[in-house]
Design a protein around this ligand. Structure first.
Ligand SMILES: *Cc1c(COP(=O)(O)O)cnc(C)c1O
Length: 460
């Protein structure tokens, strides 16, 4: 594959995106009419024309998440290596379900995940697989924890259990767990979403009380989910204390580090997620702060045998195991047919090197600091506390929906709304490695002007 023409194409496109709007302005009808008018699939259309039309739609009719002023929901700008990796994967279309079918792709994934598992402080025999994202990784954690705690769960299901298992997380934890407990049959009432402290972190003492109350009432406390970087405010639960509590209580400790896990590579940040090395399982998304294209989630687990029990399967039509040292993903994960999603992380890490990857993460953390300082200096009030680059802010009297709609009309930046300790705030996350100090100063100047338009001046 000659990468230079593709690099040129990628860089040209990125430059166009950077100059263009970040918010789309389109109605569902407009998109549908466009599709109906052109694509009834009754005639063949040259691929060049289809590609040009699709690219035009992508340019105009979506939020540009690789824009330097997309201050969004953890969706990153992407490495060029991701593009090359995805093109190679589509071209060769390897099937990773069984090792025998794809020795090189499977070993590339083992190699990459093994390296990252060691960074997290997990033992060298820890299990890791790529997933479609954090939601699938969290699902894998719950299924594995159930399999670990209840030997009968695998064959006879939840109904064979004497007590109802419950899962503890903070009220700020990711809502994928609510779908997961429904899917696995635990039911949504099996979640205990604990109120947080003012910094939006789980309170271990309140958690210990809740666990002992549940035991007294005949429930079976199963697992604690500690979040390392909550979605709304970037809060990091006290992982070391939660790990200790889980050890004392004989419970599974899962760390959901879908976004924040990347901090493990950054010397200035990694101490903030200390305790992650005690996790029984970890969720981390490469398609967030590792800046590779979607979809590239990861699931790590300390107990490979338990994962193998949770996802075991035998099928006469599948290639047999290639030996005791090889690994068949389809008997160790939710997926069966498996795309070579790990290649984009492998190629990104290989191209940047660990220090290049770390520098990118540190740059974004530093831009988060610049944003905090710049907002405070312009009279905004920061309402969340985190070392990670997500900033929630407001000022007295701000009409947030009106403010966000001004941001859209003026194409200032993409931001969203978050509820922090009962108040509404604007949420901005440095999700692109392209965001510069200049971008931030421009954005803060412009949003301060927009707020003034609402009649809000000076320090509020
Ligand atoms: C994004 C996120 C998830 C969900 O991950 P997907 O990749 O969107 O499936 C779960 N937990 C946290 C903390 C997240 O930030």
């Amino acid at each position: 594959m000659f990468i230079d023409p593709i690099r040129h194409e990628f860089e040209t496109t990125q430059a166009l995106i950077d100059e263009g709007p970040v918010w789309p302005n389109v109605s569902p009808e407009e998109v549908r009419e466009h599709l109906v008018a052109r694509y009834d699939f009754s005639r063949a259309i040259p691929l060049e024309d289809v590609a040009a039309d699709v690219e035009e739609m992508l340019r105009r009719w979506q939020v540009q998440i690789t824009h330097p002023r997309y201050l969004g929901l953890f969706n990153p700008s992407i490495s060029f290596a991701s593009v090359i990796a995805d093109a190679l994967v589509a071209t060769y279309n390897p099937q990773l379900a069984a090792w025998r079918t794809a020795p090189a792709p499977n070993e590339i994934e083992r190699h990459t995940l093994g390296w990252l598992a060691t960074k997290f402080g997990l033992p060298s025999n820890a299990l890791a697989t790529f997933t479609s994202g954090g939601a699938e990784a969290n699902l894998s954690a719950v299924v594995t924890a159930l399999t670990h705690a209840f030997p009968d769960y695998s064959d006879n299901g939840l109904r064979s259990l004497a007590a109802t298992p419950v899962i503890y997380l903070s009220a700020e934890a990711h809502h994928s767990f609510s779908k997961i407990v429904h899917m696995v049959g635990l039911g949504r009432k099996s979640l205990r979403a604990l109120p947080t402290d003012l910094d939006l972190r789980m309170n271990p003492r309140a958690l210990a009380r809740e666990i002992s109350e549940d035991r007294a009432n005949g429930f079976a406390p199963l697992m604690v989910v500690g979040t390392a970087g909550t979605t709304a405010a970037g809060a990091i639960d006290p992982l070391q204390e939660l790990a200790q509590l889980c050890r004392d209580e004989g419970m599974w400790f899962h760390v959901d580090a879908a976004w924040g896990g990347a901090a493990i590579l950054a010397p200035s940040l990694r101490n903030h997620i200390a305790g992650i090395e005690f996790a029984d399982s970890i969720t981390c998304d490469a398609h967030k702060w590792f800046s590779v294209s979607m979809a590239c989630g990861m699931f790590f687990c300390r107990y490979p045998e338990t994962v193998a029990r949770a996802f075991r399967a035998t099928a006469s039509y599948m290639p047999g195991s290639a030996g005791t040292t090889t690994f068949d993903p389809y008997t160790n994960s939710v997926q069966w047919s498996r795309r070579f999603t790990g290649l984009k992380l492998f190629m990104s890490l290989a191209e940047r090197g660990e220090s290049g990857q770390a520098a990118m993460i540190e740059h974004q953390a530093r831009m988060g600091e610049v944003l905090r300082e710049s907002l405070s200096a312009a009279g905004w009030r920061i309402v969340n506390k985190t070392p990670l680059p997500v900033v929630c802010f407001t000022r007295d009297g701000l009409d947030i929906p009106g403010f966000l709609s001004d941001l859209r009309n003026e194409q200032t930046a993409w931001m969203s709304e978050a509820h922090i300790n009962g108040t509404s705030a604007v949420r901005a996350c440095i999700s692109s490695f392209k965001t510069t100090e200049g971008d931030i100063h421009d954005v803060v100047r412009d949003i301060t002007r927009l707020a003034a338009k609402q009649g809000i001046h000076a320090a509020g």
